[in-house]
Design a protein around this ligand. Structure first.
Ligand SMILES: Cc1cc2nc3c(=O)[nH]c(=O)nc-3n(C[C@H](O)[C@H](O)[C@H](O)COP(=O)(O)OP(=O)(O)OC[C@H]3O[C@@H](n4cnc5c(N)ncnc54)[C@H](O)[C@@H]3O)c2cc1C
Length: 381
């Protein structure tokens, strides 16, 4: 007689026959980076068995909690990067972000991601910084090989007509736009045809096991020949030695303000603040983490009074006329990743069969597509 031990029947949550797949590749993190890696792997190696895991039911780091700028940087940010990291670094970063935006345009139809071709504008309250940036315009435009005259130029807004406070100085560019971040990640996941999703599955540890990797999750273990860690600000829990620090970004969204008429992505103070008017006329504003650097180096997804008050202050005291009032209808935080010395370029590498593609900085919408595509082509070569 066949005898089944009692304790076997009591074992909780065993994977089904269908779940026990030996994957070629498992990607941890289903934000824009991990999902782009899955997309390009499907494109260039359709026979691979791919798993995409995320700890949450929907990606929950930066991708769905960002501002949705499809941008490549402002002049004052370029100057800041040049001072901190050198000109070659600043130029390379700008070019790579532009290349990433071009890939984004190839992958998606505009409507699928809510793409708006509004351009960008950097707003200046300081005459000195404005003049420094204006001086740099010809140089930066040359670096951007601006033959179509769409890169940086000075623009004067009529403040009354546009619902701005006082005379704001500004530099615009036509090479950026904005997306709906929720639509973008849904569209990207819809493009994945053969990838197997494991959502709500937190990876607790990765263990090399011969030429395969055992992936221990909150549910059950999966194994794959190669694992790609694409967990951005949460990566240290899986690979502690990486030069990646979580950096919290906070955002608020106002009640609708129809008198405000600036549609471009707004950048302010070296990119430390950013704002845009949403389709229903609300203003989204984010940033300010430089005001509380130490406390904002965290992966705790909470808003704080200090930063939220600063964001409201920029709106009330700088951007909007005094008589315009609003309520704050949404407040949230997301987690970005930078290096220990504020490095903003992606960190890509491997320990054996455990690969990592992390540290997308504050412009992952542009950097993730190019970093993922290049990684896939290199991996398959
Ligand atoms: C407030 C804010 C505003 C921003 N605004 C912009 C902007 O306007 N334009 C722009 O280009 N960029 C912006 N960024 C940056 C951009 O969003 C990020 O660079 C980009 O989304 C990073 O994507 P990612 O896929 O690498 O990481 P994430 O989107 O963080 O994805 C990582 C995923 O890993 C999952 N995960 C983590 N740990 C585990 C684990 N142990 N097991 C399983 N899954 C795990 C998380 O749930 C998450 O879904 C902003 C970021 C923030 C926070």
């Amino acid at each position: 007689m066949l005898c089944i031990p009692e304790n076997y029947l009591l074992l909780p949550n065993k994977p089904s026959y269908w779940d026990v797949i030996h994957f070629d590749i498992a990607i941890v993190g289903a934000g824009i980076t991990g999902s782009m890696v899955a997309f390009f792997l499907e494109q260039y190696a359709p026979n691979l068995k791919i798993a995409l895991l995320d700890s949450h039911p929907t990606p929950n780091g930066a991708t769905t909690r960002n501002a949705g700028f499809a941008c490549f940087g402002s002049i004052s940010e370029f100057l800041d990067d040049k001072t901190t990291h050198g000109e070659a670094y600043a130029v390379n970063l700008m070019h790579r972000r532009l290349a990433g935006l071009s890939i984004l345009g190839d992958v998606f139809k505009n409507d699928d991601v809510g793409w708006k071709n509004y351009g960008g504008v950097e707003l200046f309250m300081s005459e000195t910084v404005f003049n420094q940036c204006v001086e740099m315009i010809p140089h930066v435009n040359r670096l951007l090989n601006d033959k179509s005259d769409t890169a940086f130029k000075v623009k004067v807004y009529d403040s009354i007509e546009n619902g701005l406070s006082g005379d704001v100085k500004s530099i615009t560019n036509q090479r950026e736009g904005c997306i709906d971040s929720g639509l973008m990640i849904s569209a990207l996941h819809r493009k994945l045809k053969s990838t197997r999703f494991f959502f709500g599955c937190k990876v607790d540890g990765l263990f090399a096991n011969g030429n395969r990797v055992r992936i221990e999750t909150t549910h059950y273990n999966i194994n794959a020949q190669h694992v790609i860690v694409a967990t951005n600000g949460f990566s240290k829990s899986l690979i502690p030695e990486l030069n990646v620090l979580p950096n919290r970004g906070q955002i608020l969204v106002t009640s609708p303000l129809p008198s405000f008429k600036i549609h471009e992505n707004m950048h302010y103070d070296r990119g430390y603040y950013y704002a845009r008017q949403l389709e229903d006329k609300r203003i989204l504003i984010g940033g300010g983490r430089h005001l509380d650097k130490t406390n904002e180096q965290t992966d705790v997804m909470e808003t704080t009074p200090k930063i939220q008050r600063a964001l409201e202050g920029v709106l009330r005291d700088t951007l909007l006329p005094e008589d315009v009032d609003f309520t704050v209808d949404y407040r949230w935080a997301g987690i970005m990743a930078f290096g220990e010395n504020n490095e903003k370029e992606p960190l890509v590498g491997r320990n054996g069969n455990i690969h990592y593609i992390v540290r997308m900085g504050g412009m992952g919408v542009a950097l993730a597509p190019i970093t993922a595509k290049e990684w896939v082509l290199q991996f398959l070569s």
